[in-house]
Write a protein that binds this ligand. Structure first.
Ligand code: SAM
Ligand code: SF4
Length: 303
């Protein structure tokens, strides 16, 4: 599918729940989000039907996200249904890693191809503070379990936060010297909980290149510009929604946990898919793609 700006759209990010067992300070309020009632979130079967229709329309990669996807009841059934869709090339998940020790093996068996693990600090006390309730040791136990289950090229997503983890950039990059992992630094976006944060918290990814001047560019993959430390087993990625023309390379659409399709994470326009089937469902998906905005406006509003 091509959108109105000629971009090929083949990637669906699918939120399976709004809920999370963490409360990352930049993402969720201390009290959590208002729980959608059970009937408001898409059922396992509805997710399977929408996934299949999206693949019919040209989606080739689906990423499960949230909230925290591993707190969703029926997550393994969702994975099995989606993995079985003919024509889907990749089923991925982004997780905070807290429950991976228990879920990594079953996720692999259910057909998940790749995992991204979000990890903003390597220091246990800072981890407890940024997530408000997480334990770093749980995430490392999850990483071990994921590797044992056969998830070999793990990606770690690190949100860059000035004054919080900018002193750890080189330590994160060092992980890639011996592990075949990709550590990706993501610019903090001023949305939700962090919209009013001090401007000093919002770092450009140039901070990574300053902290690790020996990084060598090795090309781009999707919205990530990739680098390698000399002789390293893994790589470093920079994802720059704020400072770079990230939107020109965007191939994604997003489905909310209650079944609304959005052309962009930041757009207000949503196309409700619930209750649609067959041609009506496929044409709603194509409409969402056609109306995908050219770019997000986060930098313009300054919000
Ligand atoms: N709970 C899962 C996790 O944390 O990986 C999946 C959902 S979480 C919303 C997906 C990713 O969005 C995480 O890597 C998180 O750090 C990132 N994120 C959340 N708020 C952000 C913001 N304001 N700016 C940049 N990234 C953000
Ligand atoms: Fe939960 Fe992920 Fe948000 Fe952290 S970033 S509160 S883990 S949804």
């Amino acid at each position: 599918m091509r959108d109105g700006y000629g971009r090929e759209i083949d990637y669906l990010r699918l939120s399976v729940t709004d809920l999370c067992n963490y409360r990352c300070r930049y993402c969720m309020p201390e009290a959590g989000v208002v729980k959608l009632s059970h009937g408001d979130i898409l059922s396992v079967e509805e997710i399977g039907e929408i996934g299949a229709a999206a693949v019919d329309c040209g989606i080739r990669k689906i990423r499960l996200t949230g909230g925290e996807p591993l707190v969703r009841r029926g997550i393994l059934d969702i994975c099995r249904l989606l993995a079985a869709i003919p024509g889907l090339s990749e089923l991925c998940m982004t997780t905070n890693g807290s429950l991976l020790a228990q879920y990594a093996g079953p996720l692999r068996e259910a057909g998940v191809d790749r995992l991204n693990i979000s990890l903003d600090t390597l220091a246990p006390e800072k981890f407890a503070s940024i997530t408000r309730r997480g334990r770093l040791s749980d995430v490392w136990a999850g990483v071990d379990a994921a590797e044992r289950a056969g998830f070999s090229r793990l990606k770690f997503d690190v949100v860059l936060i000035g004054g919080f983890n900018d002193g750890e950039i080189a330590d994160f990059a060092d992980l890639t010297r011996t592990h075949p992992w990709e550590v990706r630094f993501i610019e903090l976006m001023p949305m939700g909980e962090c919209a009013g944060w001090d401007p000093a918290c919002f770092l450009s990814d140039e901070a990574v290149l300053r902290a690790c001047p020996e990084l060598l560019p090795i090309g781009a993959e999707g919205v990530a510009r990739r680098y390698r430390l000399p002789g390293a087993a893994g790589s470093v990625g920079l994802i720059s929604p704020m400072s770079c023309d990230f939107c020109g390379e965007c191939r994604r659409i997003r489905l909310t946990a209650d079944g609304k399709l959005k052309g962009c994470l930041h757009s207000r326009e949503e196309i409700p898919l619930r209750g649609l089937h067959g041609d009506a469902l496929r044409s709603a998906i194509r409409r969402a793609v056609a109306s995908k905005p050219e770019r997000h406006r986060l930098t313009e509003t300054g919000s």
